[in-house]
Design a protein around this ligand. Structure first.
Ligand SMILES: NC(=O)c1ccc[n+]([C@@H]2O[C@H](COP(=O)([O-])OP(=O)(O)OC[C@H]3O[C@@H](n4cnc5c(N)ncnc54)[C@H](O)[C@@H]3O)[C@@H](O)[C@H]2O)c1
Length: 432
């Protein structure tokens, strides 16, 4: 109950009945019922996800919330949303008894709180990746989903790709031999100026900066921290208060597939090296990074180069599974199998056969009705996100991390452990 905001404040805002009563009385939907959806954070990704939801005839978007009026207006016009009510405060969407599910597509630092509060209000949740900025937040999201019996799907849509599933079957059945080494990467060249270094200013009209920051520390407005930009993905990603750089932004898609294919949920040890070596902008996260994960029986790396775009395997991103008999490369468009010399397996290319985002959202909608566990259930998304977060823990602490995945602890290492949780700015609180 004492969640998101202090209890006193909570009562003052008269939303005290919304939380427990609605959780107990969440709507039960039949196969032919429409799912009424609320959207929190219709920025670049939120608008795309919302429109994909709307392709399904059993979806009605009834409420949209953003703290930035321009994005709210744009979302309504762009999706030709007639009849949907608009809000500046997501808690008003959670208060609505007629909303069955919410999309959480705000910046990463909001995901945990908005997901937990939505679960408490009896809503099912489609939450974007990475699910959190700390391991502790992610665990609380899982606890809330279970406690309130909610369907929570994470936006790691590659899992719903037919060719990702097919590659997983091939690897698991031993066709490429024992896999001992996996390489994942993102490469690009943003030199010299990257996202630039604009000075702090007043926030633009129509933006509630305090509510954008939410549980993150109070800071003067900076265009790059806010990040919304017409020509690129928002740059909040490159600031530690709100996100985890490429390691969590893109790394989570790769590591999610690695853990799915290899049927593991966490590494046992992590090391990382890198830094901001060359870009002359005001980002905080590295422009160059190499993280190494040890799992039982194999090693996996994540590489990010933002100062040199030279391709690997002919591609700027992807995953290479190196097996005793062949190497399997996969990205969102296809996978390739390249045999080791003299091995029986045939070289082949298999193209992506379905739209991953569409299938992923349909899976969520079906689970909202059937109450089955979705393909990227919150526990899975939490484990994939944690693996990426631990890459950043290793980098920021400079330590080799020995990860106790069961306890979700780094035994005897306070310098690293401090990155596993974070203080929320008052009055925000996260209690599952
Ligand atoms: N699954 C994918 O492939 C994929 C792709 C891109 C982005 N994403 C994820 O989507 C999320 C959003 O990324 P984006 O690039 O669209 O960012 P964005 O900045 O374009 O959109 C975020 C929106 O949330 C709004 N917002 C901030 N605080 C809010 C609050 N308290 N209540 C309501 N709205 C609030 C912002 O004003 C903004 O309009 C990120 O977590 C990102 O990692 C996922």
């Amino acid at each position: 109950m004492d969640n998101g905001i202090e209890r006193r404040e909570f009562i003052k805002q008269s939303i005290v009945t919304g939380v427990t009563v609605a959780a107990a009385g969440a709507n039960i939907l039949g196969a032919n019922d429409r799912i009424r959806v609320g959207v929190i954070g219709p920025g670049r990704q939120g608008r795309g996800v919302m429109k994909t939801f709307m392709k399904n005839p059993d979806v009605q978007v009834v409420a949209v919330c953003d703290v930035y009026a321009s994005n709210l207006d744009f979302a309504i016009k762009d999706a030709k949303l007639e009849g949907a009510q608009t809000y500046k405060d997501f808690r008003q969407i959670l208060d609505r008894k007629d909303v069955d599910a919410v999309i959480v597509a705000s910046p990463d630092h909001w995901h945990a709180l908005q997901t937990v509060m939505a679960c408490q209000a009896g809503k099912d949740v489609y939450v974007e990746k990475p699910i959190s900025t700390t391991v502790d937040e992610g665990r609380k999201m899982v606890q809330a989903a279970r406690k309130y019996n909610r369907v929570v799907q994470v936006g790691t849509q590659q899992r719903s790709g037919d060719h990702y599933q097919k590659a997983a079957e091939i690897i698991r059945s031993g066709q490429i031999g024992k896999v001992t080494f996996i390489r994942t990467w993102n490469f690009g060249n943003q030199l010299p100026d990257g996202i630039g270094a604009p000075p702090d200013t007043n926030p633009p009209d129509g933006l509630d900066w305090d509510m954008w920051l939410g549980p993150a520390p109070m800071r003067p407005f900076n265009q790059n921290r806010f990040g919304v930009h017409p020509d690129r993905w928002s740059s909040f990603r490159w600031f530690w208060d709100y996100a985890g750089g490429m390691m969590t932004d893109w790394g989570v898609h790769h590591l999610d597939i690695v853990q799915m294919v290899m049927q593991v949920d966490a590494p046992t040890a992590i090391t990382a090296m890198g830094g901001k070596y060359a870009l002359k902008d005001n980002r905080e996260t590295p422009d160059t990074l190499m993280v190494t994960y040890e799992y039982p029986g194999f090693v996996c790396t994540y590489e990010d180069r933002e100062c040199n775009g030279h391709l690997l395997n002919g591609e700027g991103y992807g995953i290479l599974f190196h097996g005793a008999d062949a190497t399997l490369y996969i990205n969102r468009q296809y996978f390739d199998i390249t045999p080791e010399k003299g091995r029986k397996i045939e070289a082949q290319r298999v193209k992506a056969a379905n739209k991953q985002g569409d299938a992923h959202i349909r899976n969520f909608l079906d689970c909202v009705k059937s109450r089955q566990t979705p393909i990227s259930d919150i526990e899975i998304g939490h484990r994939s996100t944690s693996t990426c977060l631990l890459g950043n823990v290793a980098l920021r602490s400079g330590h080799r991390i020995a990860w106790d995945a069961k306890a979700e602890k780094i035994a005897g290492d306070n310098a690293a452990s401090k990155y596993l949780s974070r203080e929320y700015r008052k009055p925000w609180k996260l209690n599952a």
